[in-house]
Design a binder for this molecule. Sequence first.
Ligand code: HEC
Ligand code: HEC
Ligand code: HEC
Length: 354
Amino acid sequence: MFIRWRYLVAAAIAAPLLGLVLAWSGLVGIGAASGHWPITDWFLHWSMRSSTRTAALGISVPPLDNPQMLPMAAGHFEQGCAMCHGSPAAPRSAVVFGMLPVPPDLKPRVPIWSDAELFQIVQHGVRFTGMPAWPSQQREDEVWAMVAFLRKLPGMTASEYRQLAGLAAPLRPGMSAALDCNACHAENRLTGESLIPSLAGQSEAYLRASLMAYLKGERQSGIMQTAVNGLNANDVAGLAARFTGERQRAGAPAPVNPRGADVAAGQALARSGRPEDRIPACLSCHEREDGNPLYPRLFGQSAPYLAGQLRLFRDGERGGTRFHHLMVRAADNLTDADIDNLAAYFAAGRDADR
Ligand code: HEC
Ligand code: HEC
Ligand code: HEC
């Protein structure tokens, strides 16, 4: 008995050493071309499934039925995912078939995962596979938009996809369109319900400073950080100059007020603030003729975008320009009802101010 134990201990010490020696010898191939042994392949997928399932247990799923989640997610899919996974508009490029594992066509894969599991995979990526994590880890709303989009992916036609992603022309296989900013921001693609902001009417200074904030990671958005990836300060200045001239869409549809928010209460709060809760008057900074050009225009912006940004500020998840701390302080004590009322008031625009 005693001897058996000694063997066991010796084996426990020798096995890792042998492994080290084997790795050092260089005899273990790390080339991707020959693929994994079937047992390795099975083991890797099994551990990936188990790990994803366990991690997803603690995730609660928000409502995913807002169709406004789809355009920004589709645009981002085209910029950040299609080069590996292909899309309804174009198959995977030949290059990715040399990867190990090969990034799967997602159509048959999406249905096997729950919403929380998809969130887990897209937010955190998959180690050792090339599947990247979401570019910004601080906020969850964008990843949930992507989950909503992935759910629709299996049944999506090429033309529906192109429409959602704002792609003009059919793509060559494996080519991802150099997405224009207008794929997402074109004024004629936006409505009063959009989650994508309108850039029209913002000052050049605010546009430039915001783009630089995304570029430097000082404002978190996986979608926008991907869109500006690779640009430099000159490119950014050019884009800011180009978009500052844009006009807000003429004859825009009336702003929607889906939550039945109280526009008058929003107006009162915007004008006077609420000193007992240390909420300042929004209009002391915003929408002033003589205002700082780094304070953005809010009138006419969609209510869902405004409300989303206010929640991010309040929850400490919205960075921005060098003045963003002013806004963090202003949003600190807003209630959910305040946010809906303020968003409805600012979306209704100057008309509500008469
Ligand atoms: C550099 C290539 C690459 C990019 C870019 C990429 N992925 Fe992946 N993705 C992979 C690989 C490889 C796997 C397989 C992982 C595995 O087998 O464990 C994968 C797996 C997945 C899965 C799980 C599918 C399954 O059943 O194995 C989903 C869902 C997914 N990716 C979504 C996305 C989304 C959404 C994006 C864009 C935000 C994206 N991927 C970007 C390479 C990529
Ligand atoms: C895939 C869709 C998509 C593309 C492409 C895209 N954007 Fe955006 N953009 C968004 C979304 C979504 C937001 C809101 C992000 C956030 O919450 O911070 C945004 C925010 C912005 C903002 C901040 C606006 C504000 O009111 O604070 C600017 C400026 C901007 N984008 C400019 C651009 C420019 C310039 C390009 C082209 C280089 C571009 N975007 C490409 C979706 C996109
Ligand atoms: C002291 C000045 C100040 C006050 C007061 C103020 N803001 Fe702001 N607000 C800012 C600045 C500066 C930014 C730009 C933050 C950045 O991106 O750097 C901003 C940004 C915003 C944004 C984001 C707009 C976009 O396009 O992304 C919203 C929404 C907003 N403010 C709403 C409000 C509301 C509602 C109030 C009143 C409760 C308010 N602000 C009070 C200075 C102020």
